[in-house]
Design a protein around this ligand. Sequence first.
Ligand code: CDT
Length: 340
Amino acid sequence: MPRMIRLAAAQLGAIHITDSRSHVVGRMITLLESAASQAVQVVLFPELAFTTFFPRYIIHNEQQLKAWYEHGDVTINADTRPLFDKAKELKIDISVGYAEATEDGQHFNTCIYFSGREGRVLSKYRKVHIPGTFEPDDDPDAVNHLEKRYFKPGDLGFQAFRVPGLEAQGPPVERGEPIFGMMICNDRRWAESWRVLGLQGVEIVLCGFNTPAFAPHTRSSLDKDPEQSERMALFHHKLVMQAHSYTNATYSVAAARSGYDDGKYKLIAGSCIIDPEGVLLAESKTLGDELVVADCDLELCRQGKGKTFAFDRHRRTEHYGRIVAQTGVVEPPRIGPSGA
Ligand code: CDT
């Protein structure tokens, strides 16, 4: 019996340093209305969706820095509330990323899953793998990636969660409500993020991202040529999304912040939806605002979960201790010359 669900990645093109939250939210609402008109049930928006990707700037002034974060409840704050009100009106679920400032002054790179049907947040995730640096590069011309300066590693872990109500639009569901998990951008490059969700039976992984097209100072010294750099960034993005969807037998949705922020800082596109066999079902075609839609049959997850990746039968945890016991590499000892 198929368990159909219609998912969408809502890609957001360039957002400039001068663009207001209200302006961005207006664009998000346009995408949401388009999704609703196509009977999409869940829409994923990107990481840090309401503003430009501010961690590229070094900001010393406390008041200026404060303005980049969302304080209090993002679903009712004046600037961002219209998005959640629209989701309620359209009875559509959304997941959206934002810079969270907590009441006690902590800063996280966060996303929430908001049920438009129920009018409430069902789950919150705070990005665990924080890339980049704390200090700006010595080279004054470098494009920085200062996430380590502006965000603490998330403290909520990778919690899968069920979403009630979605099955109402499809055939009867025998296996219970769909199981979702969320991760944010750099998390997708780490097998551990996926496996922790895989071990909770995840069926749909949502991942918003901001990936620079050209980042010679922070990513790879092989990044010399901007075009080759962008090709490789897209290649690695799809590689990890497809491979980890397959090895955890889950659908995944990735939504990009893309385009030329401030007319010069290029972020890759590559918003996509992938099936549990690792097959790319749909992909963005532009660098701008765009909706990527796919119909997903959650029953397809059963094949991998029950056979090749039946974790209970095949995993050998007695050999996986290093994964939680150490972070850095411990190489084996050198072997001396033979006969020594
Ligand atoms: N936003 C984010 O996590 N971006 C990283 C870029 C890392 S380059 C320092 C990514 O993994 O795409």
